[in-house]
Write a protein that binds this ligand. Sequence first.
Ligand code: ATP
Ligand code: ATP
Ligand code: MG
Ligand code: MG
Ligand code: MG
Ligand code: MG
Ligand code: MG
Length: 278
Amino acid sequence: MANSKFEYVKQFEQTDNLLPNTWVVVRIDGRGFTKFATKYGFEKPNDKRALELMNAAARAVMAELPDITIAYGVSDEYSFVFHKTCSLFERRASKLVSTIVSTFTAYYVHLWSIHFPDTPLSPPLPSFDGRAVCYPTVQNLRDYMSWRQVDCHINNLYNTTFWALIQLGGIDPTEAEKTLKGTYAADKNEIMFSKFAINYNNEPEMYKKGSVVFRDYELVEPGTHNATIEADSLAEPVQQSKTQAENDKKRRAKAPIVVQHLDIIKDDFWDRRPWLLS
Ligand code: ATP
Ligand code: ATP
Ligand code: MG
Ligand code: MG
Ligand code: MG
Ligand code: MG
Ligand code: MG
């Protein structure tokens, strides 16, 4: 063991272990992606290639970090949820955030040419910031996920109308902004439908709902899960349930990681996949 007079500097490190038994969300966000999108000619309001690249990088991150339960992505951001029992890096925030950010960025760059085969990357290269937040209850975590998905919806509705006014209506951005000022969702739907025959409901699910990444495991029929659990915990000896739980965990770890565009605000998504939050 190296012991030197310099070693005292280690004491300057500050502990940043995240609160135990809480759901840890690491959200990353592309730095200066407004400029980045212009530089690489992202289609407005939604460049499908760019979103699929984000999803591919997120999938790769999940494959490398089995402690991640679920991830949600929209625009240039992704939220990764660590299970409340996760003990990776002793839950040190800086370690968790920096590992996610660098793994994600590495895959984003690595997979770039698959999604943008005709546009080589050049400096300034894509980079991401990141932060970790602890959520103590499942309700708080679900509200966090809902917050991001509502944000996706509000922004996409606005952007889809905004860019329709410009691209199809031929007006400039300043005028488009003026047109949309103070409008409600219904007004935006009406503008799109009456002026451009766009039915917002028919827009791609990935744009309207964002992307959910998780391990695809057998679905539970709504309404059956809670009843089963209650009956089990009353009737089964603890030992057997534990083995069963471990087997389930192993099977889940092997399950394929999928990217889907589903409603994560309503109960249905979570009710059908009780293992995600259990
Ligand atoms: P910051 O560094 O503060 O995050 P930013 O320019 O990245 O600055 P954001 O609020 O993160 O600002 O917004 C992301 C920007 O990237 C938006 O302008 C959005 O339109 C653009 N963008 C991200 N993904 C896509 C995409 N798939 N298609 C088109 N534009 C995109
Ligand atoms: P952790 O994930 O905890 O950081 P680690 O295996 O990366 O684990 P470190 O304490 O970071 O452990 O040590 C870095 C390791 O990489 C050491 O074993 C070091 O010898 C090796 N290493 C790093 N750079 C070089 C290099 N340029 N040439 C040879 N070995 C290197
Ligand atoms: Mg930001
Ligand atoms: Mg950004
Ligand atoms: Mg953003
Ligand atoms: Mg190391
Ligand atoms: Mg090292």
